[in-house]
Design a protein around this ligand. Sequence first.
Ligand code: PEP
Length: 256
Amino acid sequence: MRKPLMVGNWKMNKTITESIPLITDLTEFLKDYRKTEIVICPPYTSLWVARELIQDSNILLGAQNLYFQNDGAYTGEISARMLQNIGCSYVILGHSERREYFQENSKDIARKVQQALDFGLKPIICVGEKLKERNEGIAQKVVKEEVEAIFSILKPLDAGRAVFAYEPIWAIGTGKAATPRDAQDMIKYLRKLLKDKYGKKTAEQVRILYGGSVNPDNIKALMAEPDIDGALVGGASLQADTFARLVKYNDSNGLI
Ligand code: PEP
């Protein structure tokens, strides 16, 4: 049984001052809630305060990126070693915004995934097609290529610790989520790729999230699909009550 996983990607939002009430409210709203694994990924500047505020809570910490060297002359970068030391359990890698605005290529992302795993961090590996690619009927091909770049470095023993996130780029921040059926179809395909490469046991163990305009109103239908194990959430993770409702998608009394 794969435990549902909800990840809040705050992107470049929230100062330390703004992070404190958001995290404090989240710990209150989600107190003792254990049906879903909960991860928040604030910007680097808020990681320390987040770590202090979520101590002894059911919320885990993640980062939004890392660089694939341990340390050294790489101005502006943050290493897996630093993230491990500050208390991160997860790290988002290969987000489409990193691929598009910062020219991250598949080789860079694969090296980052390796580095995360070497330092005990669970990578949340994002893949997904552009609208044009979906319209051209090559969405699966695009996702396959992105996933295979990761498979080229991901050792069988490490594969079970990875998390994948299918994030169609046209659904991110647009308010237009994929239909549960479309998300399920792609995630099922991704699980098949995992099975072909790493075997049935690993494929059934790896969690695959959907991301793209997830909110408290559409999460339940997405989670009803057999292969969707959770969500990577951008905008809807920036308000404590909204994210808490989303995390508690399965409880009728989950309203905050
Ligand atoms: C994301 O950035 O990963 C994301 C899914 O954003 P949003 O939920 O705002 O579409």
